[in-house]
Design a protein around this ligand. Structure first.
Ligand SMILES: NC(=O)C1=CN([C@@H]2O[C@H](COP(=O)(O)OP(=O)(O)OC[C@H]3O[C@@H](n4cnc5c(N)ncnc54)[C@H](O)[C@@H]3O)[C@@H](O)[C@H]2O)C=CC1
Ligand SMILES: O=C(O)[C@H]1O[C@H](OP(=O)(O)OP(=O)(O)OC[C@H]2O[C@@H](n3ccc(=O)[nH]c3=O)[C@H](O)[C@@H]2O)[C@H](O)[C@@H](O)[C@@H]1O
Length: 451
């Protein structure tokens, strides 16, 4: 069993640290954020991620997992140092490597022996070679540093599960012994290992995310055509996915992909290609389709109601996907801002992402679905939380002023909706139960005139 430091305790660093500790290694997690570290020391996870807190507590109690803000303390005498800091998007779409540079500098200052540095952050091709050169120049006689690229494929919301049940472990290394040491760390997981050179490992990460994003934009384009030709996207995706060469996953049409990775990594890959004079037309289209898709519900609602000015809009869901409180690059942010621009009154509800959303959105937040729907002229479903999927469908007509729902995640079957009193628009499927808006307007005018 090895002594491991993990630098950066976000989604990737914390989950990696906790899971490596659970595999029996001694892990120290280092972060610059004092508040986060003091929470983690008490066994509290700073992010919402199923199973994570229980596993943290267990490994802290069993003495294999500690946390610090002190790089010197965390890095000295380690066998392996994982790098898992953020690589956010810059204005021009390229990856911001300043956190990586800072962390590499922090690590270099404290290395006092031979060590393998394993990079989990998603970085442009060639970055790990630059990191290797930096260590060669700055660590000197104190120890030999070998850099290994070990990109991460976990999904938020199922990060712990993915860590233990991943499809493959990619190890990109120039030094075979270093690659073997990393393989050894994960051996108990019994997952397939793919060993490559460093540049190929870096490219595997970007190409994988870009391919998954392409699947999503492709099915979203097909869904728009389905709406026009009278086909049903659910049946189309199912039928396509039955071909094992296509596969059923990532063919869920919706309001576009969000999150901290697909948007930034697709933009970064366009930049990486551009830097070597390759215009990545296909990926540029994928991004364009996604940007358009995120605004689709607002466009449809506006067309249906004439104008959204002064209308009360209920937004159900804010997280970029269920089981996470992450709203980074979520469609909800684009949708809410567009609704405000259109002059609508927006009330949103999300089971866990409202605290994060309140930091960036100037809208009203409700304590429940019912409160969000109260007197609404239209409801938009943004995230497919189970709570929304299991909602009795008459809740909409019982609480809304006009029961019109635009479902960006196809939460309900058309059969179920047909039984309810509801006008229901979804993605790539026929509209169900159109209501007579004039009748509603007449009743509303009558009520406002006669109390
Ligand atoms: N979020 C995800 O689901 C996945 C992310 N990735 C990649 O992994 C990397 C990390 O992503 P997240 O975990 O989401 O990032 P994050 O932004 O959630 O966390 C990064 C953490 O690093 C800390 N940090 C920054 N500089 C530091 C330093 N010098 N020393 C110690 N700590 C430092 C920050 O305080 C923060 O807690 C990114 O490159 C991302 O693209 C890869 C796969 C999945
Ligand atoms: O590099 C990363 O950070 C990670 O990015 C994604 O993981 P994540 O962003 O957590 O979530 P996904 O489940 O992939 O969903 C991303 C977005 O695509 C959307 N999506 C996903 C699947 C689908 O069929 N349709 C669809 O619209 C989701 O709603 C969500 O907004 C990848 O799935 C991970 O393998 C990768 O490690």
């Amino acid at each position: 069993m090895k002594n491991i430091a993990v630098v950066g305790t976000g989604y990737v660093g914390l989950v990696t640290g906790v899971c490596l500790a659970d595999l029996g290694h001694h892990v120290i997690c280092i972060d610059v954020d004092e508040e986060k570290v003091s929470q983690m020391r008490k066994g509290h996870s700073p992010i919402y991620e199923p199973q994570l807190e229980d596993l943290m507590k267990k490994n802290i109690e069993e003495g294999r997992l500690t946390f610090t803000t002190n790089h010197a303390w965390g890095i000295r005498n380690m066998d392996v140092i994982f790098l898992a800091v953020g690589t956010p998007q810059q204005q021009d779409g390229s990856a911001d490597l300043s956190y990586v540079q800072r962390a590499v500098n922090d690590i270099a200052q404290h290395i006092n022996r031979d060590v393998v540095v394993v990079n989990k952050s998603t970085v442009p091709v060639g970055t790990n070679e630059s990191i290797q050169q930096y260590f060669n120049q700055h660590v000197g006689e104190l120890g030999q540093v070998d850099v290994v690229s070990n990109p991460e494929f976990l999904r938020e919301g199922s990060a712990v599960y993915d860590m233990f049940h991943g499809d493959r472990i990619i190890i990109g290394a120039d030094n075979e012994d270093a690659a073997l040491l990393v393989e050894e760390l994960y051996r108990r997981l019994k997952l397939p290992v793919v060993k490559t050179d460093i540049r190929s490992a870096e490219m595997i990460k970007y190409a994988s995310n870009a391919f998954l994003a392409t699947k999503i934009s492709f099915i979203n384009e097909i869904s728009s055509i389905c709406e026009k030709v009278g086909a049903n996207i659910e049946d189309v995706a199912y039928g396509m996915g039955k071909d094992r060469r296509i596969g059923t996953q990532f063919l869920q049409a919706g309001i576009g992909y969000g999150g901290s990775c697909f948007p930034k990594d697709t933009n970064a890959l366009v930049q990486i290609a551009g830097n070597v004079e390759h215009k990545f037309d296909l990926l540029e289209s994928v991004i364009h389709v996604n940007n358009r898709q995120q605004l689709l519900l607002v466009k449809k609602a506006k067309e249906r109601l004439g104008s959204l000015h002064g209308k009360r809009v209920a937004m159900l869901g804010l997280a970029f996907k269920p089981n996470t409180d992450d709203i980074r690059e979520a469609a909800s942010v684009v949708v809410a801002n567009e609704l405000i621009q259109e002059g609508a009154y927006v009330t949103a509800y999300d089971p866990i992402a409202m605290t994060n959303a309140a930091k960036v959105l100037n809208i009203e937040f409700a304590n429940s679905v019912v409160e969000a729907l109260q007197e609404a002229d239209v409801a938009l479903i943004i995230t497919e939380w189970d709570e929304f999927k299991q909602l009795p469908l008459n809740t909409y007509s019982e609480h809304m002023r006009v029961p019109i729902v635009f479902d960006g995640r196809n939460c309900y079957t058309l059969e179920a909706v047909q039984e309810a009193y509801l006008e229901y628009h979804s993605i790539g499927r026929p509209v169900v139960g159109e209501v007579d808006l004039n009748k509603y307007l007449y009743i509303q005018n009558f009520l406002s005139e006669h109390g």
